[in-house]
Design a protein around this ligand. Sequence first.
Ligand SMILES: Nc1ncnc2c1ncn2[C@@H]1O[C@H](COP(=O)(O)OP(=O)(O)O)[C@@H](O)[C@H]1O
Ligand SMILES: [Mg+2]
Length: 367
Amino acid sequence: MAEIRLQNVWKLFGKTIAVRDLTLTINDGEFLVLLGPSGCGKTTTLRCIAGLEVPDRGRIIIGNRDVTDLPPARRGIAMVFQSYAVFPHMTVFENIAFGLRVRKFSEAEIQKRVREAAELLQIEELLQRYPAQLSGGQRQRVAVARAIVMRPEVLLMDEPLSNLDALLRLHMRAELKRLHLEIKSTTVYVTHDQVEALSLGDRIAVMKDGQIIQCDVPEKVYAEPENMFVGSFIGSPPMNFLQGKVTMADRAVAVEMNGVRLTLPPGFEKLGERAGSQIIVGIRPENIEILREARENAIPAQVIVIEPIGFQRLLTLQALGATLKATTQADVTLAPGEQVWLRFDLQKIRMMDPKTGKAIPCRHPDG
Ligand SMILES: Nc1ncnc2c1ncn2[C@@H]1O[C@H](COP(=O)(O)OP(=O)(O)O)[C@@H](O)[C@H]1O
Ligand SMILES: [Mg+2]
């Protein structure tokens, strides 16, 4: 196993800056997810780790070796691509064995390793088949088996599930998680799917424009986004953002939004320093409670759309001159057009600076 360190890595394609001064340490045995929208530099970062791209600047260290100038074959890595290219003229067994044969492993070792990998991926009964005789999910397992059979210190995966249908993707996601617990290779996994990232990652590095915006455990990235981009990229539906102004009334800090005053509980004193300034209040849909009558500190709203989404309902609401999303239990009876009141879970709101889009430290517990 090995730790991976990227130190101030830059990669340009002509005038396009694909990776911009990226510094990141991936711990030994960790499952790290690189998450971000299309074109943000995920694949390029992964290819730099693999040695398929040479960074214009910066160093890449795997274990205690500086591999920046080493070819892919000497880096102790294996990679699974989005287009899981398997060789059509070879059986599954030979596909999995390919890398081992290239490196001149003994026949006995090849037999042992291929069977082990096939067992881990539950494709033992497919070893004599050809790729054309396999389903998409089975072919993807072969591609993963071909990577892990090398017992790499580092496993790199670039959107390996994106060619599978939704149900299979869900199944393979759990399989990859189980596999990682067994093989424990340091894993870097690229995806643009935030659900996949939350489900798989020990940590998630959220990327935008070639840079890492936030890197933390999934719970933190979800509950405490560093900025509005992370709050809206992660979570479905995304975090709601409301415009307001910080005010002080009787030494209590409040936010005034479209004429409605929301008084904040103790702990928000630091925000008082910004009295008179504009602010953005971020709140996730599940942290909004729907009330049938007015209460203190509750915000009047009108129900616009109600969507059943299985065990919950997704509400679109009009409040404070904006459109909000909230989730509620499926058994709550509501009708479009109905007047309701919203109670925000004030321990879970996130204050953002409208100028920078960044979270403002304003509470004692999280600084
Ligand atoms: N071989 C290449 N030649 C020119 N531009 C490239 C090449 N590879 C990637 N890019 C550009 O670099 C940026 C990052 O691409 P990429 O790393 O593939 O993003 P992602 O995997 O996050 O979608 C994009 O603007 C893309 O168009
Ligand atoms: Mg990509």
